[in-house]
Design a protein around this ligand. Structure first.
Ligand SMILES: [Zn+2]
Length: 318
């Protein structure tokens, strides 16, 4: 089933995008000043769809949706929401990965409810949202390329037949056509804001299954961070003001091996950031998604109000 279609992303307005070549990484002293040009992201997405891998291998056909969804570039708030596991599309060339429709509808394929919450949250905050439309069983966009669970062969108790003995060349094509365009879109969004001197606070939106390997999870929401807890330390007490069971780096602790987005885009740029995980049964329908988007918008707004967070967000250091 296709969760999102391209029409949503095509609602994006004419956008400013930082041109390629102006954001070399890891050598701050040698960075050239950014060049800015008017650019239509829709045209950019079309180009990404036509990327091919090494040796002419193609994962996505031109008529298949772009992996990247993006809304709200013109949003006035500092918040940029990213959602790595928003979709469960499968490239036609991969068939069903050897799985049944029932298995592909489960949490192993995507973060149920996360994409809807992320988009509603960005709307409530007047922020920007970038989401990824293909199943994490194709490639996990929240893992470093080459990590042991970048392309999983087993998720919980389910074996992923198409991922067994995957030739490295095919793994590379998945990275080039899904992982890279998605993270390039996030990087360009952050570069664009930095070039204009706009503050940015990064929020990674995820959801987790209520039960994992038969063990119930008591938390309603988890607040995750790795080495930079500036925003998490403000969000945690605000979420705990109510009746919620709030996980501090639970149900998972963020690490450099398991959480690519906040580490790569948040920590490396020294942007204030947090990863949020909501339990999936709470956001399985529109009512829950709306309620959680409103709750999280209120908490995030309160977390940065009157804090030095915004000043820090204005001057990212790499
Ligand atoms: Zn996730």
């Amino acid at each position: 089933m296709r969760v999102f279609d391209r029409s949503a992303a095509n609602n994006s307005e004419q956008n400013l995008v930082v041109l390629a070549g102006c954001h070399s990484r890891g050598r701050p002293g040698r960075r050239r000043p950014p060049q800015i040009a008017f650019h239509d992201l829709r045209r950019d997405e079309t180009n990404l769809e036509r990327r091919v891998g090494h040796d002419g291998d193609v994962l996505l056909s031109p008529d298949e949706p772009s992996p990247v969804g993006l809304e709200g570039r013109g949003g006035r708030s500092p918040f940029v929401i990213v959602c790595d596991h928003a979709g469960r599309l499968l490239p036609r060339s991969l068939g069903t990965l050897g799985l049944t429709e029932d298995e592909l509808g489960r949490h192993i394929a995507w973060d149920i409810g996360a994409g809807a919450v992320a988009r509603r949250l960005a709307g409530a905050l007047d922020g920007c949202v970038v989401w990824q439309r293909y199943s994490r069983l194709v490639i996990d966009c929240n893992r470093p390329i080459g990590a042991i669970d970048s392309i999983v062969t087993r998720s919980e108790r389910t074996v992923i037949p198409a991922n067994l003995s995957l030739p490295p060349r095919e793994a590379t094509v998945r990275a080039k056509e899904i992982f890279e365009p998605y993270h390039d879109a996030i990087r360009r969004t952050l570069d664009f804001r930095e070039a204009l001197g706009r503050p940015t606070i990064l929020v990674a939106m995820h959801t987790f299954t209520p039960t994992y390997l038969d063990t119930p999870r008591p938390w309603h929401v988890g607040v995750l961070y790795n080495r930079d807890a500036r925003l998490a330390e403000r969000v945690l007490p605000l979420l705990r003001e109510g009746e919620l069971v709030v996980g501090d780096n639970k149900p998972y602790a963020a690490t450099v091996l398991t959480d690519f987005s906040i580490v790569h885009h948040g920590e490396r740029r020294a942007l204030p950031h947090v990863e949020l995980e909501v339990r999936q049964d709470l956001v399985a329908d529109e009512e829950g998604q709306s309620a959680w988007a409103d709750r999280l918008a209120g908490v995030l707004t309160a977390a940065v109000r009157g804090s030095p967070m915004l000043a820090l967000a204005k001057s990212p250091v790499r």
